[in-house]
Design a protein. Structure first.
Lengths: 693, 212
């Protein structure tokens, strides 16, 4: 749509061109073309010493290239996108948000997550048994997405790697060690060999950024060249066999600056965000949510697809019933909205929220100077609040909510009691009536598969998630109250991911994966997972094979057996098997008004969708503690063919007309009505009988 | 047999309007309480809107009725005397439970000055002074949930008002059933209903004479 911005002289004033322009404008209105961009000033790629990399051949330093005279590197790299919780390792902060103390931080760098069942090792450990995931291992596993700077430049005590003061505080210091998988021993990490990775500005600001190449370098422990790897698809660098990257002279101008069109520096595009956050595209009929050998987190957690194309036009994968879905995957994507429209930099003068309720202001005339923003753009991006997500916890609900763009009260003419509805329910409740994709269903670390890892199941798909021929049936979400922006509980559509794991009751934390592996397997070497004889005897068939259907804790004796193995082989004093049901509230895959729930009886009825049961995990053990939002709760219904989520207690705080019943009122009322009817019938009958007599 | 004027036009119009509003309120109330089973007026939203208009009509009619009975000095029909709670009430109850089956004469002969029997007076005392205001207050508060959200929440919100209003509705329904049935206990099953429709009593001469 760039021809919309041609100069009038070039248009020539001809009627034909004007007609074309009118047509283009009409088309532009329909497809919501992106606004024009001003080019970024010419850029010299510099190394850590500030020299042009063309001359030195050394890795690009974003501190020198993007920082220096232009942007405030340290200010930017101190934000959550780079620190991932490293600056929030504060026990008081954790306890004030109800986060268990076994987490190091509320962010991805420090919190325990059921999906990988891994835990960043605390900085002050003295027992090797307390070491799980060290800082270097975290970077090799998670660094592909998490954008460097902070976590890959500084140790847990805040010392910059490679400086004289950056030395391990002991043999278990998690910033300088890594657990060897085969031997189980905690070994030193060689930072001199791996190098460090500065904040990777390119990952988000270069449209052709390659997370795949970057991830490969992180996984190999080649942090030094990871930022260069991000540029692998731009033509600026080429990977060399020795793990370094060579610069292509053709990509540079004679003055040593890089050709602007190759970097194409810009605001983060949908595609940039999509690399890590979930399947996102402006308009595509080919949906591939598994990229770079891992699943996009936002999609896997709740099945959301941010895509402007119509579901009915999807070519791959196979969406069951798509012919009836002649509407977009996401109504906002179809309107051309990009991620940063809502998840903006909080101090961007063009997007920032200026309202100040305390001063009754909706606009502050003396707001921020754009030059200040360009120097120090806040990278703690505006975000919502998707319980139970704790990342960037001090900045929840900083984005514009639905009501900041939409005046819901002016629409919804069909809806009585609008305020009451909008107060009780998040907009998503009606505007995400169904999920048309698959999502995580369960991750069971209680019984390890013969691959040494957990048993994962998905909902909304018949077949394998990596098979494009699998039928994607989608699923209907559960409805769970979660705190809204004002702290009030609102009903939201939610996916439920059920985890099963062992808790070390003595230490008050989940049993580490390597410990569970020690209990289950004779050998911990990759590719040589042999179950212990005790496991085979208890769970195997007559041929000694443990098949998936048999890997079930269907008797207390089997739980006790594995508990004993954890004590015997992993040194876990008091392990306890637990179930945790984790709700993931949804905010994307928004349906427009044509597809949103409008039928009153969808909620206001005895068989209300609000109480619709959602299946959890076929293999859930019975009679073990069930944790929901950090507390033991009775939310699993084992009575049907499959365990399902029981949200009756959670929705108990909502009186839904047509659905909610007060037993006292119903009994008293109907007894009174029945009494009146009975009296009338008996009395009338007696009168008739006596009258005849 | 001779006709005796018993109910004025104002009283009859008030009564039948109130009856119609009440029946329709109960029906739309059932459609709201059981929207998936009693969708008699379309969607739940329609039921709520119609219910609210009917409620407004009932309140207006109740106000006009009260105004009429007060200004026409007819309110005394609804005021029980001490005896109405004791001896007269027992006699009336005995009649319903025994005498009516044995051909006994009604203990009270109605006349333009004394239209209600003791049990009716006690029932209407509770109905018009307790149950009806209770339903009006809880109904208006629910109707105004979007208009006066703080007041609505302060009195307990839907959690309190919903069940309370529903209980009141059940009691009204029970009253309605009993009322309609007892309306058939006149000299003929339709005699009392005819009285309220036409305003004239056609009871035995002796009864009328006694009343006079």
């Amino acid at each position: 749509m760039s021809h919309l911005y041609l100069s009038p002289r070039r248009l020539g004033g001809s009627a034909a061109v004007l007609t074309a322009l009118a047509a283009a404008l009409t088309l532009g209105a329909q497809t919501a073309a992106p606004p024009p961009k001003l080019p970024h000033p010419a850029l010299t790629l510099k190394d850590a010493e500030g020299r042009n990399v063309l001359d030195s051949g050394r890795p690009i330093s974003t501190r020198q290239t993007c920082g220096g005279d232009c942007h405030d590197y340290d200010f930017i790299a101190n934000s959550f996108h780079f620190q991932q919780g490293k600056t929030e390792m504060d026990r008081t902060l954790l306890s004030s948000h109800g986060i268990p103390a076994f987490n190091s931080s509320p962010g991805m760098f420090g919190k325990f997550s059921i999906i990988p069942n891994r835990q960043l090792t605390h900085a002050d450990i003295t027992d090797p048994a307390d070491a799980d995931m060290s800082q270097p291992e975290w970077l090799t596993k998670c660094g592909g997405c998490h954008t460097g700077g902070g976590i890959s430049e500084f140790d847990l005590k805040g010392r910059k790697f490679g400086t004289p003061e950056a030395t391990p505080s002991g043999p278990l210091d998690p910033s300088y060690t890594i657990r060897d998988r085969a031997t189980g021993k905690v070994m030193p990490w060689d930072w001199a060999k791996s190098g460090t990775a500065e904040a990777d500005c390119f990952l988000c600001h270069v449209p052709k950024a390659s997370r795949a190449a970057r991830k490969k370098e992180y996984a190999a422990g080649n942090f030094r060249w990871a930022d260069n790897a991000t540029l692998a698809d731009t033509g600026i660098v080429t990977a060399a066999a020795d793990g370094t990257y060579k610069y292509n002279r053709d990509a540079f101008r004679p003055d040593g600056t890089v050709k602007a069109q190759l970097l194409d520096l810009s605001d983060p595009t949908l595609e940039n965000c999509a690399q890590c956050h979930g399947f996102t595209a402006r308009n595509t009929t080919n949906i591939q949510p598994i990229q770079h050998a891992d699943i996009l987190r936002g999609t896997e957690k709740a099945g959301w697809i941010y895509n402007g194309a119509k579901i009915s036009d999807t070519e791959s994968p196979k969406i069951t019933g798509k012919e009836h879905m002649k509407y977009p995957w996401d109504a906002h994507a179809a309107q051309g909205l990009v991620c940063i429209d809502c998840h903006f930099s909080p101090n961007n003068p063009g997007r920032m929220i200026q309202e100040d309720e305390r001063k009754n202001l909706r606009y502050k005339p003396g707001s921020l100077d754009p030059a200040v923003y360009l120097k120090r753009p806040d990278h703690n991006f505006a975000r919502g609040n998707i319980p139970p997500e704790t990342v960037n916890i001090t900045r929840h609900n900083t984005m514009r909510g639905c009501g900041d763009c939409h005046e819901a009260e002016k629409g919804h003419a069909f809806l009585p009691y609008k305020s009451l509805h909008f107060q009780a329910m998040a907009c998503q409740t009606c505007h995400i009536p169904a999920v048309h994709f698959w999502a995580y269903r369960s991750d069971d670390w209680g019984f390890l598969m013969d691959t040494g890892t957990s048993r994962i199941t998905f909902r909304g798909i018949e077949g394998s998630i990596v098979d494009p021929e699998s039928d994607i049936t989608g699923y209907l979400p559960a409805y769970i109250p979660s705190p809204g922006k004002d702290g009030r509980m609102q009903i939201r559509p939610t996916n439920l991911i059920t985890g099963v794991y062992w808790l070390d009751k003595t230490k008050g934390r989940p049993v580490f994966t390597w410990q569970v592996q020690q209990a289950f397997f004779q050998s911990l070497a990759e590719g040589d997972w042999q179950y212990r004889p005790e496991i085979v005897k208890a769970f195997g068939d007559k041929d000694g094979i443990v098949d998936i259907p048999q890997a079930v804790y269907d008797t207390p004796q089997k739980i006790a057996l594995v508990r004993g193995l954890l004590q015997q082989y992993a040194g876990v004093a008091d392990p306890e098997l637990r179930i945790e049901v984790v709700p993931w509230a949804m905010s994307h895959s928004i349906a427009g008004k044509g597809q949103a729930v409008k039928e009153c009886t969808a909620c206001h009825a005895r068989n209300s969708m609000l109480n619709r049961p959602l299946d959890l995990n076929t293999f859930l053990p019975k009679n073990v503690p069930v944790i929901f939002r950090g507390k033991q709760a009775n939310v699993v219904n084992f009575e049907g063919t499959e365990p399902t989520f029981d949200n009756r207690a959670l929705l108990g705080g909502f009186y839904v007309i047509g659905k909610s019943r007060s037993p006292f009122v119903e009994w008293t009322g109907w007894v009174a009505v029945a009494g009146a009817l009975l009296f009338s019938l008996v009395h009338g009958g007696l009168r008739a009988w006596k009258g005849r007599a | 047999m001779k006709s005796t004027p018993l109910y004025s036009l104002h009283e009859r119009v008030w009564h039948w309007l109130q009856a119609a509003a009440m029946i329709l309120l109960i029906l739309t109330g059932l459609a709201i309480h059981y929207p998936d089973r009693f969708g008699i007026v379309g969607s739940l939203a329609n039921s709520i809107r119609i219910h609210a208009w009917l409620g407004a009509a009932l309140i207006l009619n109740a106000f006009l009725g009260a105004f009429y009975h007060l200004t026409a000095e007819k309110y005394h029909h609804f005021l029980p005397q001490m005896d109405d709670f004791t001896g007269a009430a027992v006699r009336q109850a005995r009649f319903y439970l025994y005498g009516i089956f044995h051909g006994e004469h009604h203990p009270l002969d109605v006349d333009p000055k004394r239209k209600l029997n003791p049990l009716q007076k006690i029932t209407y005392l509770a109905l018009l002074n307790v149950l009806l205001p209770f339903q009006i207050v809880t109904g208006v508060l629910m109707w105004g949930a979007d208009r006066w959200p703080r007041t609505f929440e302060r009195v307990g919100g839907l959690w309190l008002l919903g069940p309370a209003h529903t209980l009141g509705a059940y009691l009204f329904l029970a009253f309605l059933i009993g009322h309609i049935y007892l309306a058939t206990t006149g000299p003929t099953p339709l005699a009392l209903i005819r009285e309220m429709a036409l305003g004239e009593s056609e009871r035995t001469e002796s009864s009328a004479e006694i009343a006079e």
